[in-house]
Design a protein around this ligand. Structure first.
Ligand SMILES: Cc1ncc(COP(=O)(O)O)c(C=O)c1O
Length: 390
């Protein structure tokens, strides 16, 4: 029996919708279907604008470069500080540095894996101008409190929602609270187009900046959709998506709610089976969602009991050898990564106790959008409760 991180993610319809675009020849890159996906995405999320890009990393890059753009309202300047949790993805962090801002690291909560708001408050200085929060694996921090801090200090909030499409905090979708929200459609995320991402915002000026930065800095298609305008009005990248990936993404998006439900049910079946087992003995535990969060799960995060920390790598080897694919909780504590040392990111030599614990005790397994059967639940229960036996 095998339990890979990702099950084959595409339906026949996904493939046919992509194939249809491919057969159209010159229109395979960003075109009509991209625009339709953007419109539907914005409507679903309850935001004014959505712009599709070629990855979640590109969406983060755009968010940061929009903040420092000369045309931006409340422009953020070189060497201003941007707060980020140490449990983050590499391309949540690097755009901050690439945009010339200074990252300030904050610890996370052990219960939610998300940014710790007490540590965040301690780290705010006069130079703090932005917070990039990462909604980890479908979960979030206390958004009511975070919103209050952002408002009181007049800060810019970016929500890296690459792992949490479809999760709600209260009645609102994550990604819709900040100045920018970013999403990824890479394989294994809530929807998958192979590659692709989305950035959302509510301000037309911000949207125009994102729009021209995405594609060479031109205004083509802006200004009431004039197609033949070739004014280069801003700096730029080429972060355009393909219409092929937009078609696959849009098709998957239509069944997002159904996939959220199936993942949630599968998760419950696995957790109930483990917690009802005589062998459980608190060997492992699971991530709790914040009370106000209605999660759209990305994978199934697991924490090994403290008493077995020294056995973790042996245990993960055992799982992988037995067909259960595992991944770290994002990148662990990013400060411990070689790239952080290369760029001397922890000059203050701070320690991040909870992020370290999550790195030492945490990992995640997949959560597939197909109903799991009893035999597979049994298999997972048996293998996941072998920590004390190996
Ligand atoms: C939190 C987070 N941000 C950004 C990204 C980057 O997304 P992409 O792989 O689409 O570039 C990921 C990727 O998994 C992620 O987990």
């Amino acid at each position: 029996m095998k339990y890979p991180l990702v099950d084959y993610p595409f339906s026949k319809n996904d493939i046919n919708s992509g194939r249809k675009i491919l057969s159209m020849g010159k229109f395979i890159t960003m075109n009509k279907v991209t625009r339709e996906f953007e419109k539907r995405f914005a409507k679903y999320l309850g935001v004014k604008y959505a712009l599709m890009v070629n990855s979640g990393s590109s969406a983060n890059l755009l968010a940061l470069f929009a903040l420092i753009n000369p045309k931006a309202k409340k422009r953020v300047k070189s060497q201003d500080e941007c707060i980020i949790p140490t449990i983050c993805w590499s391309t949540s962090l690097w755009p901050i540095i690439q945009a010339g801002l200074k990252p300030v690291f904050v610890d996370v909560d052990l219960k939610t894996f998300n940014i710790n708001l007490d540590d965040l408050k301690r780290k705010i200085t006069k130079k703090t101008k932005a917070i990039l929060t990462v909604h980890v694996l479908g979960n979030s921090t206390n958004m009511d409190e975070l919103k209050k801090i952002v408002k009181k200090r007049n800060l810019n909030l970016i929500e890296d929602t690459c792992e949490s499409l479809g999760s709600k905090y209260g009645s609102k979708f994550l990604g819709g609270f900040g100045r920018f929200g970013t999403f990824s459609f890479y394989v294994s995320h809530q929807i998958s187009a192979g590659e692709g991402g989305m950035i959302v915002c509510n301000d037309y000026n911000d949207y125009k900046i994102l729009y021209s930065l995405r594609s060479h800095g031109w205004d083509r298609g802006l200004n009431n959709g004039k197609k033949n305008s070739f004014n280069f009005i801003n700096s730029g990248f080429n972060l355009r998506p393909m219409d092929i990936t937009a078609a696959i993404g849009l098709n998957q998006f239509k069944r997002l709610n159904q996939m959220i439900k199936i993942r949630s049910n599968n998760r419950k079946l696995i957790i109930d089976s483990i917690k009802n087992s005589n062998d459980w003995n608190n060997q492992i535990d699971f991530l709790d969602s914040n009370k106000k969060v209605k999660p759209s799960w990305f994978g199934m995060p697991i924490l090994i009991n403290k008493r077995y920390i020294s056995k973790k790598s042996k245990f993960l080897n055992y799982l992988n050898k037995n067909g259960i694919e595992t991944r770290p909780i994002i990148s662990g504590n990013f400060i411990n990564q070689p790239a952080s040392k290369l760029y001397k990111l922890n000059k203050r030599r701070e320690t991040f106790k909870n992020a370290d614990q999550i790195e030492k005790r945490g990992f995640f397994i997949g959560l597939h959008p197909k109903k799991i059967n009893k035999n597979l639940v049994k298999f997972l229960t048996k293998k996941l409760l072998m920590v004390d036996k190996i």
